[in-house]
Write a protein that binds this ligand. Structure first.
Ligand SMILES: [Zn+2]
Length: 200
C-alpha cells in the first residue's frame, strides 16, 4: 500500500476505534428497530450488501423467540457484525504485509494491538448473546424455550423423544427445531450444534 507511508501511530489506532464504533452503531440500529427490523435496519443490511433472512426463516425465528418484542433478529445482526469484522480484517491484513510499517517498530506495535483486539478480544458470539439479552423480555432463557416448546408444540410430538434427542446451539443454547433443515441455528446464526441429554 503506497498510502501507508504517511500512516502514523494514531492512524493505526484509529482502525480499532473505527471498528468498535461501526459495531456499536450497527448494534444500536438493531436494538432500536421494531421486531424483526425496520426501514433503518434494512437500509443498513443493504449498505453491507446482506440479504435479509427469508420469510421462511423469519417465521421460524419468530416462533422460537416469542418473548422478543423489538429489535432486529440476532441472526441478521450476526451477519452484519461478521461483515464488519471481515472488512477490518482485510484492512489489517494489507497493513501486516506493509514493509514501511514493518520497518517502524512503533507502527508495528500499534498494528499488533489492533490485530490482537480483532482476533483475540472481539467475540461475535459474545456480542450476539449480549444483544439478545438486551432485546428479550425479562424472562430466563430456559423459561422462554420451555414455554415455547409446551405452548407451540413445535419440537416434537413425542415428549420422550424431544427430551432425549434435543440438539442445542452451542452459542446461544436455543434448541434446534425438528423442522429445521439448516445446518445453522435459525436463532443466532451460529452453525455449531451440540447434542445434549443423550441417554443411549
Ligand atoms: Zn444459536
Amino acid at each position: 500500500m503506497e498510502n501507508s507511508k504517511k500512516l502514523s501511530v494514531d492512524d493505526i489506532k484509529k482502525i480499532e476505534t473505527d471498528f468498535k464504533n461501526e459495531v456499536e452503531s450497527a448494534l444500536k440500529v438493531a436494538k432500536q428497530a421494531p421486531k424483526g427490523g425496520g426501514d433503518e435496519w434494512f437500509a443498513l443490511l443493504r449498505n453491507h450488501e446482506i440479504q435479509p433472512l427469508t420469510d421462511e426463516i423469519r417465521g421460524q425465528v419468530s416462533m422460537q423467540i416469542p418473548t422478543m418484542t423489538s429489535g432486529a433478529y440476532p441472526f441478521e445482526v450476526r451477519m452484519v457484525l461478521d461483515k464488519i469484522f471481515n472488512k477490518y480484517k482485510e484492512i489489517t491484513k494489507n497493513l501486516n504485509n506493509d514493509k514501511y510499517i514493518k520497518d517502524h517498530f512503533e507502527l508495528n506495535d500499534a498494528l499488533y494491538d489492533v490485530n490482537f483486539y480483532l482476533t483475540r478480544r472481539f467475540d461475535v458470539d459474545f456480542e450476539i448473546n449480549k444483544y439478545y439479552s438486551m432485546i428479550k423480555a425479562p424472562v430466563t432463557l430456559n423459561n422462554i424455550f420451555a414455554n415455547a416448546s409446551s405452548s407451540l408444540n413445535i419440537y416434537s410430538s413425542n415428549l420422550k423423544e424431544s427430551r432425549s434427542d434435543t440438539l442445542r446451539c452451542k452459542s446461544c443454547g436455543a434448541p434446534r427445531l425438528k423442522e429445521n433443515q439448516y445446518d445453522f441455528c435459525v436463532f443466532c446464526g451460529s452453525n455449531l450444534f451440540s447434542k445434549t441429554n443423550r441417554y443411549e
